[in-house]
Design a protein around this ligand. Sequence first.
Ligand code: PRP
Ligand code: URA
Length: 209
Amino acid sequence: MAKVYVFDHPLIQHKLTYIRDKATGTKEFRELVDEVATLMAFEITRDMPLEETEIDTPVSRTKSKILAGKKMGIIPILRAGIGMVDGILKLIPAAKVGHIGLYRDPETLKPIEYYVKLPSDVEERDFIVVDPMLATGGSAVEAINSLKKRGGKHIKFMCLVAAPEGVKALQEAHPDVDIYIAALDEKLNDHGYIVPGLGDAGDRLFGTK
Ligand code: PRP
Ligand code: URA
């Protein structure tokens, strides 16, 4: 069964409060999502493999650690996932970025795929699929189906706010995909919005309605 990690670092929780606040405008919302994505990327990369190298400090020769050079890929679920990409790239600048475009049908809440573009060496990379919201879980499940269908194997899912319903759906559909979140909220409302949540992540990021 996939594990769920809640990143309750004080800086993440502090910034998330302002992200949730409806008084926070588009510019600040975007900046905060970017900052939280960087902080979450720091936590999610804890298990990156290292290898030993030898260097000369000004004082002596020594063995020291560097990243083993595992190839990484970041896959934002369009649109709102885009808001988290630059923040992650600050820490993993060599990662390639693929895109999976999905929107939720407002009536059925089912995801509809409209765009997929992935790195060509998909089978060799470790992927982080990102989206600020995990609500019913339909979009995340479908995006990961799409990535696996094209050869993706080592996948993590990262989001800001998750509903218990979405976590359950993702765990059931993809027991091999660990889930990294900043907050586990209470529930979904009748329109499939996370409560208390932060509203429509895409609209708040891009200033649309
Ligand atoms: C939002 C959000 C997720 C999805 C989550 O996207 O960014 O992708 O809903 O809901 P789910 O877990 O119930 O699938 P939306 O469909 O509003 O598209 P957008 O990012 O283009 O605004
Ligand atoms: N998508 C959003 O942007 N917000 C929600 O609360 C649920 C789905």
